[in-house]
Design a protein around this ligand. Structure first.
Ligand code: 6PG
Length: 239
């Protein structure tokens, strides 16, 4: 499959980025719903992603016709404040009428798979077997170029067969996570990488200059139709 060449959009501030990206996401999902009667989105953890979700609360979407997935999850007990699901519910999902059965959270460490992240990853991979693509996959970017829970020179970034993997000894706490792999991320129609702040500028510049995904995993996050880097001026400052 050939993926879309990255394009960028830059905003003056993180607040402007969050508001504009929420509008952009609402439009993209509404367009999918108008065309197919349904839409799907992959959520990300992190501050930037959370700000976009909070800005989405007022969107005029058919929330009941939306499938919600995660690109990664911190492998912690259900309800733990550090879980991406917990943060997404606080920012958005508990404030809009989503269909509970269409919120597809990755298993917690005290759920049906117990404290086994490999089993949790395999279960999510099985769920995704019936999901050939996503309309929009939202991703954050780390200072060293990670995206989702795929870090440079890690087993996850080298994974070419599996779609969801357990991540251990993650440099960004908490250490144990579950993450989509780059091949699975690349099944999305649109991949949007959203990041702010000068600390991300070198990773952004390297990724957009064509860095190898083993060195800058975010460079390997591309959509089938669209790969959009959504930046504030600080994150775009090293280009
Ligand atoms: C996570 C995220 C991670 C995050 C980046 C950027 O679970 O931590 O999925 O990939 O998106 O680290 O985070 P910030 O937007 O907070 O810089």
């Amino acid at each position: 499959m050939s993926e879309a060449t990255p394009t960028t959009v830059t905003y003056d501030t993180a607040d402007e980025l969050a508001s504009a990206t929420a509008d952009r996401l609402a439009a993209a999902l509404a367009s999918a719903q108008a065309a197919r009667g349904t839409a799907s989105v992959v959520l990300t953890g992190g501050r930037t992603g959370g700000a976009v979700l909070a800005a989405l609360r007022s969107a005029a979407l058919d929330w009941s016709s939306l499938d919600i997935y995660w690109g990664d999850e911190r492998f912690l007990p259900a309800g733990d404040p550090e879980r991406n699901e917990t943060q997404a519910r606080a920012a958005l999902l508990d404030h809009v009428p989503v269909a509970p059965a269409r919120v597809h959270a990755m298993a917690p460490s005290d759920g049906e798979f117990g404290d086994d992240p490999d089993a949790a990853a395999e279960a999510y991979a099985v769920l995704l077997k019936d999901v050939p693509t996503f309309d929009v996959c939202l991703l954050g970017v780390g200072e060293e170029g990670h995206t989702a829970s795929i870090f440079p020179h890690s087993p996850a970034v080298l994974e070419s067969a599996r779609t969801v993997v357990a991540v251990r000894d993650c440099p960004k706490p908490p250490p144990t996570r579950v993450s989509l792999t780059l091949p699975r991320i690349r099944t999305a129609a649109a991949v949007w990488l959203m990041t702010t702040g000068a600390a991300k500028a070198d990773a952004v510049a390297a990724a957009l200059a064509g860095a190898a995904e083993q060195d800058i995993p975010a460079a390997g996050a591309r959509g089938q139709r669209e790969t959009l880097w959504i930046l504030d001026r600080s994150a775009a400052s090293a280009r």
